[in-house]
Design a protein around this ligand. Structure first.
Ligand code: B16
Ligand code: MG
Length: 217
């Protein structure tokens, strides 16, 4: 029995949301306003372009196309300077345990992330080799909640969508997984991820017996 297990990156494998926040905050400050951690929640799983659009809305700012591109590049440069400092210590608890278990059980393992920096981050935390397929912000045109990124991951694994399971921390990500016809597993709180098929606070709550159930269903 081979299933496809698709992992979101930010908020599931590593907590890069804090670095995205620092970089967006700096940019907002340059433009003369601030953004809060609560506002940052709304940027999770959202593409870089869409994030800047949302932030500009909060600050009541409009930018020329040229300035928009400049700020996007500047944000990413700043973000990459944080990423450069990352190592294996930033992998979220029990993620390696689950990845190793899936590998042992010869399951398909893929990444389904909105980030264009996904490969770099996986390499930094030394998990690149654990993934058979990577669908990320570089190979999709429609962002989550569109299911494109997860459907692409399934295709790369050569496993049909109904045999795939998605781990997601973002509202838009769970919606995307559901729209793809996959089993959705929310990593986070019941309040925000109530539309997921299963919800856990983090991977320490996921038993290997549960993984077995998913494999054999
Ligand atoms: P980048 P995920 C998403 O990653 C982040 O949650 C979101 O905050 C970010 O804007 C997006 O990636 C794009 O990232 O600027 O690196 O291309 O959760 O889908 O893994
Ligand atoms: Mg995420």
């Amino acid at each position: 029995n081979t299933k496809g297990f698709i992992f979101d990156l930010d908020g599931v494998i590593v907590d890069t949301a804090k670095y995205h926040y620092l970089s967006w905050k700096q940019l907002a400050n340059e433009l003369g306003f601030d953004i809060t951690l609560t506002q940052n929640e709304q940027l999770k799983g959202v593409s870089r372009v869409r994030s800047l659009e949302i932030i500009l809305g909060w600050g009541n700012k409009t930018l020329s196309e040229e300035a928009f591109e400049k700020y996007m590049a500047e944000k990413n440069e700043n973000y990459l300077s944080h990423i450069a400092q990352m190592d294996e210590g930033e992998i979220l608890p029990d993620v390696p345990k689950i990845l190793n278990y899936l590998q042992e059980k010869q399951q398909g393992i893929a990444l389904g992330s909105a980030s264009k920096n996904a490969r770099t981050i996986l390499q930094k935390v030394n998990l690149f080799e654990n993934f058979q397929a990577i669908a990320d912000g570089n190979n999709v045109s429609k962002a989550k909640p569109d299911p494109e990124v997860f459907l692409l991951a399934a295709k790369q694994l050569n496993i049909k969508p109904s045999d795939c399971i998605v781990f997601e921390d973002a509202v838009a990500g769970v919606t995307a997984a559901n729209a793809a016809g996959m089993i959705s597993i929310g990593i986070g709180s019941k309040e925000t991820l109530g539309h997921a098929d299963y919800i856990f606070n983090d991977f320490t709550e996921i038993q290997t017996s549960f993984i077995d159930e998913l494999i054999n269903r």
